[in-house]
Design a protein around this ligand. Structure first.
Ligand SMILES: Nc1ncnc2c1ncn2[C@@H]1O[C@H](COP(=O)(O)OP(=O)(O)OP(=O)(O)O)[C@@H](O)[C@H]1O
Ligand SMILES: [Mg+2]
Length: 262
């Protein structure tokens, strides 16, 4: 059943307190609009996309290819800027950050899982995971130590010295997850984290994400085509004509080919 669009930024008292029972708002996107190109070639991807992520939520975005899922995640992670609209993190508009604060936001506040994991194939798993720590100036030895700890946490302690290009698809995605979380972010933005995996690996990676989400107190937003995985999330958003709408898992399942959740 389609419901009304998500309301724009939900009011949060200036003192940061929220109503009893309501969890604190971690990240918001308010009336996000994104166009690519201009003139006759302009492409309107997001027209009025709003969402509010509360602490500890795991939210799925399900929408067809080309609907704008990656575009939206890139805006939320400050990897791209909206044509209009605002992203708030901890109630602060990220656009008000200077370059240093923006770099810190990208490095420390948000963990990003790319649609194509974008590992450096000639570097080892450990070096790939340590990269965000080295970029922010951490000491080399401690960065490698932290990377190994994270590789063990994603079940790859036996692959730490393998080059990323030598790993299987599922192993590479685990390395990418470790790299996304090694800086200790509070928000995980995952763009099709299981898109390139077979069903068995997709479930294994999703269950890993669920465990890390829980044990590290993350707030997670996951773009996926996989309706069965989306149904495991706390709620599902659809993206239609550039607007986010709350979706029911059952309604989505009936839209899937064959009428069943995949
Ligand atoms: N940098 C860009 N310049 C121009 N057009 C772009 C750019 N990035 C994305 N687009 C276009 O915006 C639309 C939305 O792309 P986006 O990658 O956000 O979709 P998606 O929902 O993530 O799709 P998929 O499920 O295939 O990953 C597409 O038509 C795409 O061609
Ligand atoms: Mg995409």
């Amino acid at each position: 059943m389609t419901q009304p669009p998500n309301s724009a930024r939900q009011p949060v008292p200036a003192n940061g307190q929220v109503a009893a029972g309501a969890r604190a708002v971690v990240m918001e996107g308010c009336s996000l609009k994104k166009n690519y190109g201009r003139g006759e070639k302009i492409l309107h991807v997001l027209s009025d996309a709003s969402l509010c992520l509360r602490k500890g939520e795991m939210v799925a975005i399900v929408a067809p290819s080309g609907a704008g899922k990656s575009t939206l995640l890139h805006l939320l992670a400050a990897l791209d800027t909206p044509t209009s609209g605002t992203v708030y993190f901890a109630n602060k508009a990220i656009e008000t950050n200077d370059d240093t604060a923006l770099a810190a936001f990208r490095n420390r506040a948000v963990g990003f899982l790319w649609q194509r994991h974008q590992l450096l194939p000639d570097f080892t798993a450990t070096e790939n995971v340590a990269m965000p720590l080295l970029l922010r100036g951490d000491d080399f030895t401690s960065a490698l130590g932290m990377a190994r700890k994270w590789l063990a946490e994603v079940g790859l302690e036996h692959r730490v010295d393998h080059r990323a290009g030598e790993l299987s698809g599922g192993e590479q995605q685990r390395v990418a997850i470790a790299r996304a979380l090694v800086t200790g972010p509070s928000v995980l933005l995952a763009d099709e984290p299981t898109g390139d995996l077979d069903e068995q690996n997709a479930w294994a990676v999703f269950e890993l994400l669920e465990r890390l989400h829980r044990t590290h107190g993350l707030t997670s937003l996951i773009a996926t085509h996989n309706l069965a995985l989306a149904a495991r999330c706390d709620r599902i958003l659809g993206l239609e004509h550039g607007v986010l709408r709350t979706r029911e898992a059952a309604a989505l399942a009936s839209e899937a080919p064959g009428g069943e959740a995949r």
